[in-house]
Ligand binder design. Structure first.
Ligand code: NDP
Length: 333
């Protein structure tokens, strides 16, 4: 078996040289352990934070040690009760082609699958739950809302937009490039803005003549500042991520005018981390499964082919290489 380890901590935008593929000693199974072959890996922006040694809500990866991310795998050998050979499980997996794990933190996928198992890493997994927690649980979206979502063609953003439509709100999304903006229309967004080829602040003036009441921000930076200045009185801002800043080596400037606007317009800005809201997963899963059945919620994915593509797929998140959830199919080479 082989495993990707962190060769060195990335400085700025991560590069393929920050990862090393090394051979992995195949352990024999202890009591309560499983041998798993990964089927699909999720690669996620938050892994960038774990590659640096700054204090955060998850522990950093160590240099020379395996990278790990969410994945779906097939049990090849089992010495754990309740887990049989052939079962599919979801968990946090090392970036390895085969590995031995205990069962802590593993979740067995339902056997009566109506969707591709990979959906449990995206629309029916962590990123779907993130959209639901931010927009519905904390944001309390209603049909009266005028919603802006940045990073709208990505894993979280594409679900935020679809949920906003399900709740009857008007929703405008921003994404990089015309292909992504076309995709937003197919997902039912009221409108899409290509933030790369437009004056974003001006585009917001056109899209939100009465202002934004609920802003779901995945991106931070310039788009956050522009959205902030277009907020309605008593608007709510859900800060989900700031991917435009994850590779910064210095503190970014702005946002300009923040304090004054927050007071004058009586805004509320709330940051959140999905892992604090796991208690909503069952409720989300049953609702989202029904929305998929009804054709109201689509699963959007970009799948890189082959285990060895893991670092490339991860790095491509920072240049917008994905539409929907970025995944790696580990079974093909
Ligand atoms: P995405 O699927 O949205 O992938 C990342 C996307 O970000 C890219 O496709 C790209 O889209 C966009 N992007 C990359 N660099 C920049 C940049 N410099 N400026 C603007 N856009 C950029 O990832 P996720 O849906 O998994 O995550 C979206 C955000 O949500 C991230 O900030 C992530 O950290 C956060 N997150 C937060 C969670 C929480 O619990 N709070 C949980 C999960 C995710 P484009 O081509 O449109 O630029």
């Amino acid at each position: 078996s082989q495993v990707f380890v962190l060769a060195k901590r990335p400085v700025g935008v991560p590069e393929l040289e920050d990862f090393d593929l090394v051979s992995l000693q195949e352990d024999s199974l202890g009591d309560g352990e499983l041998r798993i072959e990964p089927v699909t890996f999720s690669v996620d922006p938050y892994l960038r934070g774990r590659m640096s040694d700054a204090r955060s809500y998850v522990a950093p990866f160590e240099v020379g040690a395996p990278i790990a991310s969410a994945g779906i795998g097939k049990i090849m050998e089992s010495r754990a009760e309740g887990f049989a050979v052939g079962d599919f499980v979801r968990g946090e997996f090392p970036w390895a082609s085969s590995f031995v794990l205990g069962t802590a933190g593993l979740w067995k996928l339902p056997t009566d699958l109506e969707v591709d198992p990979s959906a449990y890493l995206g629309v029916l997994g962590m990123t779907g739950l993130t959209a639901y927690v931010g927009l519905v649980v904390l944001g309390k979206v209603t049909a009266e809302d005028e919603v802006l979502v940045t990073g709208a063609a990505g894993a979280v953003g594409s679900v935020v937009g679809q949920l906003a439509r399900i709740f009857g709100a008007r929703v405008v999304g921003s994404a990089g490039g015309s292909a992504k903006v076309e995709q937003l229309a197919k997902l039912g967004f009221t409108a899409g803005i290509d933030y790369r080829s437009s004056d974003f602040a001006q585009a917001l003036d056109v899209s939100f003549p009465d202002g934004i009441s609920l802003f779901f921000d995945n991106v931070g930076g310039k788009q956050f500042e522009a959205g902030l200045h277009r907020m309605k009185d008593f608007g709510r801002i859900l800060s989900c991520g700031a991917i435009s800043q994850y590779n910064d080596t210095e503190l970014p400037p702005g946002p300009r005018g923040l304090e004054g606007l927050v007071v004058r317009r009586r805004l509320r800005i709330q940051g959140f981390i999905v892992s604090d809201h796991q208690s909503h997963y069952r409720e989300y899963l049953s609702k989202a499964t029904q929305w998929i059945r009804d054709g109201q919620l689509q699963s959007l994915e970009t799948i890189a082919d082959g285990f060895t593509e893991l670092p490339t797929a991860f790095v491509s998140l920072f240049s917008g290489g994905n539409i929907g959830k970025m995944l790696v199919n580990a079974t093909s080479s």
